[in-house]
Write a protein that binds this ligand. Sequence first.
Ligand code: EPZ
Length: 426
Amino acid sequence: MEKIVVNGGNKLIGNVQISGAKNAAVAIIPGVILSDGICRIENIPNIMDVNLMATILHQMGAKVNRINKSTLEIDPTYIRNPVAKYDLVRHMRASSYLMGALLGKFSRAEVALPGGCDFGVRPLDQHLKGFGVLGAEHSVAGGIITVKADKLTGGHIYLDVVSVGATVNIILASVKAEGRTIIENAAKEPHIVDLANFLNSMGADIKGAGTDVIKINGVKHLTGTSYSIIPDQIEAGTYMVAAAATGGDVVIQNVITKHLESITAKLREMGVQVDEYEDSVRIRRDGVLHRCNVKTMPHPGFPTDMQPQIAALLTLADGTSIVNEAVWDNRFRYVEELKRMGADISVDGKIAVIQGVKELLGAPVKATDLRAGAAMIIAALAAKGTTYVEDIQHIERGYEEIVEKLTLLGADIKRVYANDSVIQPA
Ligand code: EPZ
């Protein structure tokens, strides 16, 4: 098995380029299914989840052409079979978006129940509630969920929970439905806005994305388009925290500073210097890290996908910090791994109490999920000694060239096989 090996203690210095947003890409690629023509998608991150989603579309009959590392051209007009196969779908939560896209295009979808990061229950009840309002019925058999409708008709959906996935799926299912759909209590994440902008560039009529009320007037046809994905808010936040953890000086380029506001505010609260420019932020920290409290919330609150990373930073702060994970049931599995490095954290349900320590010590740890893996790397960069991060497939799902990007910033970090031969970057 591959591992990532980090010799900690180097300050991160220099510039890093942020890639396209994973959670926008995995919603936009299924959205291509709704098109009657070829879609060219640019600034797409070259990560496993994106390649998996593109492979699923190819398996269904779409023509997928990789123009270069960050550009795909997809022709969905040959998709005839609205079935997403179990062997690929079960690896990724975003596969659930295939339900909305296939339902929106074919009025029928057969999709394996999705997999993805394991941090508690990941229900689909709000997705199915939305499909039901549009006139679709669903059934589950053999791990496959089938959703179908004689005709999709717009309706008024009030989400019981602010759900990114349900908001995405209802948008995908309703863009070609007859009449108007209104989604209340909708998610407001940047990737929701990006999906709506992508679909509108194909001729959809979606208003209010980014607010908690989204209005969709169904249209008959969606044309092909050329679209560039927004920068990844969470990748950018991860490098911001890594720079702060090592006491470095890093310019993070190709960002939308507005998407980073809650992360910037929290880092400033901790005594980190954050300077904002047109499409970049500069992170410097040469003083003490102050303790603070964090509560994860739907956008524009502090992102749950930044919770493990900020917790890793707080293990080195000058007092007691409280982290409240208010979005997911159980997103503290990584804490046991951080404690192997000397972190002083106690978890009770959705609350973690972090006592800052003077230093972390390198140790063998596991990436328990995608963002937990990023937190292990952040802790390892700041720690004294060597850290071995296992199960790095989780990290590779969502961070493009993380070892290469950190190496360019001065980190002593390598990808190695279990038998310790060093893997050279492509
Ligand atoms: C998306 O997951 C993201 N994944 C997650 O990021 C992110 O943590 C999450 O949104 C919250 O921002 C992608 O975009 C691919 P939700 P999703 O539906 O859509 C409850 C990463 O690290 N809920 O917004 O699955 C649910 O249990 C990944 O990039 C219901 O109760 O999240 C949770 O408590 C990890 N019923 C809350 O809503 C439903 O039908 C938020 O879930 C759906 C969700």
